[in-house]
Design a protein around this ligand. Structure first.
Ligand SMILES: [Zn+2]
Length: 488
């Protein structure tokens, strides 16, 4: 096994876990006392949230083929009815994207709230309630998209309606983007918008899917806020050798060379590479874990090579997602070669799924894999597979992250774990432009995924109380970042 470690011990710069909410600004003496900010009527908001949520769930926006148009039309109509201007952009007529904007006084750069209207496909025979029925039962709402991502769509919609109705004075524009194609056709969604309509969503901060609040036994344990994501790439191993008759084995058999190379890669973990997010993640997770788990997390970020190696070995066996979060991961997932049993093929290929930590040196990574394989018959090269862009480093000491942490504390009374997701999201395209993006989501019972009710599962559902709490959570963030601090 090959595991080398970073030598340098890097400082553990952690934000304070408790961030006090920004004070309400003092009014100047020349002005009469202004009314207190109006409080939302939450009982009414909940009724309306549920109406819109069920309406959105009932549109079959399965991707492929997508057909997000009915959901986009619905959002447009609801927003315009409130007097909120809406723009529709698309490159396929049945897959439109909705962009709405509320103007602020311009003293700060905009806040973007984004969510996708498409959903993954369903096998309706596996659903107790039809996947587009939005059935309410025993405190849950069932439907494809309930936690991915029509929860975020409806929350974003409600933010716009509430800001507008309550006439909240804003320091910055608040933009709502409901995009198509996130589940596999970003060319009609976020790529189209970032490449051809960038000024419409250009912002300082963005909120999107990618985080959630974890409940265990019905109790909130922590909030995961996605502040970083790995960058997916493919690497191809190609073994070449002489072709021949299968009755005469050859030392140069391409299949044998490829198999040996794949075995070496499978036994390898690349060096641990930490960043601000992963250090803070493990540090904070340790504070709410069992002593044995906490030891592993703290050892893994300790800077002591022996301790890091030992912790990493345990994580790989017990918590493989956490092992992946420590490094650029490499997983051999496709292997091809040969076409009939009596022919020695001249070529065999393997495809590695590589998930790079931001800032990875791609040239050094290829060189390292070549060194491990150590076989001139095998070439190592990046494949042409579509990737997501490299993203800039996200900061945890920003106004945006602090506002989210404070809202987590107030809404859930829980610790915020800044998280680097091992998978990729649409936020990569927005972060590439320098926007600080944060993935958030509602509280989900950790037990619900294994029961088959999670995102992309055979069935999907959300707790009604948690949908409503998520809207209040998002309101806390959006109002905190958006409401004007100074009397004009
Ligand atoms: Zn999603």
């Amino acid at each position: 096994m090959f595991v080398s470690m970073l030598r340098a011990r890097l400082p553990l710069a952690l934000c304070s876990l408790l961030v006090v909410a920004a004070p309400i600004p003092a009014l100047t003496q020349r002005r009469p006392p202004a009314a207190q900010p109006q409080r939302p009527n939450w009982a009414q908001i909940e009724v309306e949230t549920m109406q819109h949520f069920q309406a959105l769930l009932r549109f079959d926006t399965s991707d492929p083929p997508g057909n997000e148009k009915p959901a986009a039309d619905y959002l447009k109509q609801v927003l315009e009815r409130e007097g909120i201007p809406v723009e529709i952009v698309f490159n396929e007529a049945n897959r439109p994207n909705v962009i709405a904007r509320l103007k602020g006084n311009g003293s700060k750069r905009p806040l973007l709230i984004m969510a996708h209207t498409d959903v993954v496909n369903t096998d309706s025979t596996k659903w107790a309630h039809p996947p587009f029925s939005a059935t309410r039962e025993a405190g849950y709402v069932y439907g494809r998209g309930a936690v991915d991502d029509k929860d975020n769509v409806v929350a974003g919609l409600m933010m716009m309606l509430m800001l507008k109705r309550m006439n909240v004075p804003l320091d910055r524009d608040v933009i709502f983007l409901a995009e198509a194609g996130e589940e596999g056709a970003t060319r009609v969604g976020i790529q189209l918008i970032t490449q051809q309509h960038w000024p419409k969503i250009d912002a300082e901060y963005c909120l999107a899917e990618g985080g959630n609040v974890t409940r265990v036994g019905g109790q909130v344990k922590y909030a995961s806020v996605q502040t970083l994501e790995k960058i997916p790439r493919g690497i191809e191993l190609t073994a070449r050798g002489p072709a021949g008759h299968g009755s005469v084995p050859l030392r140069g058999n391409a299949v044998v060379h490829l198999a040996a190379a794949v075995a070496k890669i499978g036994a390898t973990r690349t060096p641990i590479k930490l960043n601000e997010t992963t250090r803070a993640y493990f540090q904070r997770l340790a504070t709410i874990s069992t002593p044995a788990e906490a030891r592993r997390y703290l050892d893994a970020i300790s800077g002591d090579a022996a301790k890091m190696n030992a912790a990493d070995d345990q994580l790989y066996d017990l918590e493989p997602r956490h092992s992946s979060m420590l490094r650029t991961s490499v997983s051999p997932n496709i292997i091809t070669g040969g076409y009939r049993s009596n022919v020695i093929p001249s070529e065999a290929k393997a495809t590695l799924d590589v998930r790079m930590v931001p800032g990875e040196d791609t040239t050094a990574l290829l060189a390292e894999l070549r060194r491990i394989i150590d076989d001139p018959a095998v070439t190592v090269a990046f494949s042409s597979r579509a990737s997501r862009p490299e993203t800039g480093i996200q900061r945890l000491d920003s106004e945006g992250f602090r506002a989210i942490e404070a809202a987590v504390k107030r809404t859930y009374n829980a610790v915020t774990l800044p998280t680097m997701s091992t998978g990729a999201t649409d936020m990569a395209y927005v972060r590439e432009r320098g926007v600080q993006c944060y993935g958030i989501g509602p509280a989900i019972d950790v037990e619900d995924g294994p029961k088959g009710f999670g995102a992309h599962s055979d069935q999907e559902r959300i707790l009604e109380v948690e949908l409503h709490r998520f809207v209040r959570f998002q309101w806390d963030i959006v109002e905190g970042l958006g409401r004007a601090r100074r009397v004009p």
